[in-house]
Design a binder for this molecule. Structure first.
Ligand code: FAD
Length: 444
């Protein structure tokens, strides 16, 4: 931190203009002792195709950062029946499970689905865009002797900051620098996402107006869901081993016709909707995932938020929520700790002690799913039975706490615990752990 006019100011660089980076830009602007700049490698703040689910826990955060005010009912699809999702046999169309929003979730906080660009532009409206620096691709991170970080960009531009926040997504360059042994790898699956017109989909008999996974075996599925306006999402996930070749990057245009022959086993309405999607503009997304980071801070001056903090593949359909939970935690902690004279490295440790156990719990859920799927594969069931068993067993093992997680209560409880320690001059960790246990939350 450096001193200006007797006030200690913190210079922050945010790397990445996705939901995590934009959310952080909004919140940091509210902290008067912070100077921030956001760097994004693309020439504009944009989001590549497809849809995104907003689960119940994100709404409070979108209200908190003001983005909810820029989303209207036309922007998204929310199931009138309260469906969270359906799972069907993709070959026969048979309905296998339906998950609902719990009844006590208020209507305006129930899950919904929208084009990813809608969330992006709702967030962007609340960001002071004079601090956004576009076409700035980070290529190098260095530590300076005075505890600052130097960041260098492809175009030769260099900045030096007190705090670097990595919001640069699943294949974070900053994570490679801080944790070189934790590199996400292509997991052999690729998704193809197309947005088609609702009026065209209505001509196909048997496509229910709901979020639906049309499941097959071996990771193969088609996902269909109405979005806002005239948009309807069609996503195909398919196994595509690359055999040594570098898999395609995120969001490349793709000719879906070339894969239709691999989908001939799907039921007629799914074949029709894939044909429709093949006439539209499809984008290809190779899926990457990696091991959990043991800590989501490094060197006392780098924090990881959003996908950069947890290379998780989008499994819970909640990545934007997790990103905004990280943002809420980081900014609340910094806003509490630094004005009290606590060092930045302490604040980052506090952030880590709240968020790392959260990600640890999420990884455990996935580990459980992985072992269920491996057991099932070993049983060698006939295809339709395997589809039904897979849906049944995963559904039985599913947990939903992450969709109703109230990060504000967790962070506020944590800070109350710290204040109690200060007042009673008691050791911090013990009191905080007690307060958090009362909230049913594990912290380190
Ligand atoms: C198949 C799939 C389905 C998903 N479905 C959902 C869903 O339904 N609901 C949901 O909430 N989430 C979903 N997710 C997850 C969601 O997309 C992410 O969690 C969310 O976009 C994370 O936001 P982010 O800001 O952390 O990262 P990103 O959105 O990836 O943003 C990172 C930004 O950093 C920029 N950047 C990267 N490298 C550099 C660099 N070197 N220099 C400068 N800038 C850089 C990128 O250009 C990008 O703008 C899904 C993910 C996948 C893969």
């Amino acid at each position: 931190m450096h001193t200006t006019k007797n006030e200690k100011r913190l210079k922050v660089a945010i790397l990445g203009g996705g939901p995590a980076g934009l959310g952080l830009a909004i919140e940091l602007a509210r902290l008067t002792f912070i100077d921030w700049e956001l760097y994004e490698k693309k020439p504009q703040i944009s989001e590549t195709g497809g849809g995104l689910s907003l689960q119940p826990q994100i709404w409070k955060l979108l209200e908190h950062n003001g983005a909810a005010a820029h989303l209207t009912a036309n922007d998204y699809f929310r199931s009138a029946e309260g469906h969270l999702e359906q799972r069907r046999n993709g070959r026969s169309g048979e309905l296998l499970t339906i998950k609902y929003n719990p009844k006590d979730v208020p209507l305006d906080r129930r899950s919904c689905r929208l084009a990813r660009s809608k969330l992006q532009s709702a967030l962007l409206k609340n960001v002071d865009q004079t601090h956004i620096n576009l076409s700035k691709k980070l290529v190098r991170v260095e530590h300076l002797p005075d505890n600052r970080v130097r960041i260098s960009f492809e175009d030769g531009f260099v900045d030096e900051v007190d705090l670097l926040v990595a919001a640069d997504g699943l294949r974070s360059v900053i994570r490679n620098f801080s944790f070189p042994n934790n590199t996400p790898h292509y997991n052999g699956q690729t998704v193809y996402r197309t947005i088609v017109s609702k009026s065209e989909v209505r001509k196909i008999d048997g496509i229910p107006w709901a979020p639906i996974f049309w499941k097959h075996v071996s990771g193969l599925y088609v996902y269909t869901c109405p979005l806002g306006d005239d948009d309807f999402e069609v996503t195909l996930r398919i196994r595509r081993p690359q055999e040594g070749a570098e898999p395609p990057s995120w969001g490349r245009p793709f000719d879906l016709h070339t894969l239709l022959h691999k989908c001939e086993d799907f039921c007629p309405q799914i074949r029709q909707i894939l044909n429709l999607a093949a006439k539209g503009e499809t984008q290809e997304f190779a899926l990457f995932s990696g091991p959990r980071l043991k800590r989501i801070v490094s060197h006392g001056n780098i924090a990881f938020i959003g996908d950069a903090s947890h290379p998780l593949l989008g499994n819970f359909g909640s990545g934007a929520s997790f990103a905004l939970e990280d943002v809420y935690t980081l900014t609340k902690i910094i806003g509490w700790a630094l004005p009290r004279g606590r060092p930045l490295s302490d604040a980052l440790d506090m952030f880590d002690s709240i968020r790392s156990p959260h990600y640890e719990r999420l990884y455990k859920v996935l580990d459980n799913f992985t072992s269920i799927k491996a057991t099932l594969r070993a049983e060698g069931l006939p295809v339709d039975e395997e589809i039904a068993e897979r849906v049944k067993r995963i559904s039985q093992a599913s947990v939903s706490w992450m969709y109703y997680y109230e990060i504000d209560k967790v962070v506020d409880g944590y800070l109350r615990g710290l204040e109690k320690c200060e007042n009673e001059a008691r050791p911090t960790s013990k009191v905080v752990k007690q307060v958090m246990m009362g909230l049913g939350v594990t912290v380190r």
